[in-house]
Design a protein around this ligand. Structure first.
Ligand code: ZN
Length: 99
């Protein structure tokens, strides 16, 4: 989110909540696998842990611990993902199984 003057602008729709009051913080929106409880950000349609497609959209904790961070500059061989994207591994408070 970027503030332009006093107007807030969402950079990417659907990835986090927009605060409705001044003291409220934005929350990342992820997905949770109903089968195994794994959390993901950004949202996934299938679980990378158990491969089930029983996912639900959930607001993620605003607090957590970042374990690793990298910028990938090479496109995977069979992927629609463009090169240069970020990957990180973190654990979010209240969501012990998160990716
Ligand atoms: Zn799962």
């Amino acid at each position: 989110m970027v503030e332009e003057g006093k107007q807030r602008v969402i950079l990417k729709e659907g990835q986090f909540t927009m605060p409705s009051t001044p003291g409220e913080q934005p929350r990342l929106i992820g997905s949770r696998c109903r089968a195994c409880g794994e959390y993901f950000f950004p949202k996934q349609v299938a679980c990378a842990n158990c491969l089930k497609q029983d996912m639900e959209e959930v607001p993620l904790s605003p607090r957590g611990k970042l374990y690793s961070y990298t910028i990938v500059r090479q496109r995977p061989p069979v992927s629609r993902t463009r090169g240069r994207y970020r990957r990180c591994r973190s654990s979010l408070a209240g969501h012990p199984h998160s990716r």
